[in-house]
Design a protein around this ligand. Structure first.
Ligand SMILES: [Zn+2]
Ligand SMILES: [Zn+2]
Length: 173
């Protein structure tokens, strides 16, 4: 089993949002394959408040030192994840692996929830859950008629969630 690039303890194998990951129980970081990063980011199974709790409770500082890839032992490269997530990940190109320090994976997911795409997806899912089968069919027909990029599906989107997310990212840089 690979070892944590920060604390050198053995990883635990577990699932995160349904995806296999390696986790360090000491520093709470995650090692995941690069091609799963986008899927994990887009999962909306965990509630926003749960993600916020996780991001805060498990928060560790970005590692400044260059890390060695747990698999090939080569030097990992720092890569900046842009606003509002705003942190560095450590990546190995050769192994296609990405290291997230504690709390960063939850932060990455939160940053998706706040994005226009994420809000649209959440609103879409919320409406779908509340609709009867007939309403759902009607809604999908209407949606198909909309011009591409039309934001009408977002009308009525609750501002509360968005505001609480914005506050969260402001309070915890
Ligand atoms: Zn560790
Ligand atoms: Zn590697």
């Amino acid at each position: 089993m690979f070892r944590c690039p920060v604390c050198d303890v053995e990883f635990q194998r577990l699932e995160y949002e349904g995806f296999p990951v390696l986790r360090c129980h000491a520093c709470l970081g995650y090692l995941i394959s690069r091609n799963r990063m986008e899927s994990v980011r887009r999962v909306q199974a965990t509630s926003v408040s749960q993600l916020q709790d996780e991001a805060l409770a498990e928060k560790r500082d970005d590692t400044n030192d260059p890390l060695k890839c747990p698999r090939c032992r080569g030097a990992m490269r720092k890569e900046f994840i842009e606003e509002p997530a705003s942190f560095f990940i450590d990546t190995c190109r050769a192994c296609e692996l990405v290291w997230f320090d504690g709390g960063e994976l939850a932060r990455l997911q939160l940053s998706y929830e706040i994005s226009p795409k994420g809000r649209e997806a959440a609103e879409y899912q919320r409406r779908m859950r509340e609709m009867t089968v007939e309403q759902r069919e009607q809604f999908e027909r209407n949606l198909a008629l909309l011009p591409k990029g039309d934001a009408s599906v977002l009308s009525g989107f609750g501002a509360t969630l968005l505001e609480s997310l914005l506050r969260f990212f402001h309070a915890s840089p």
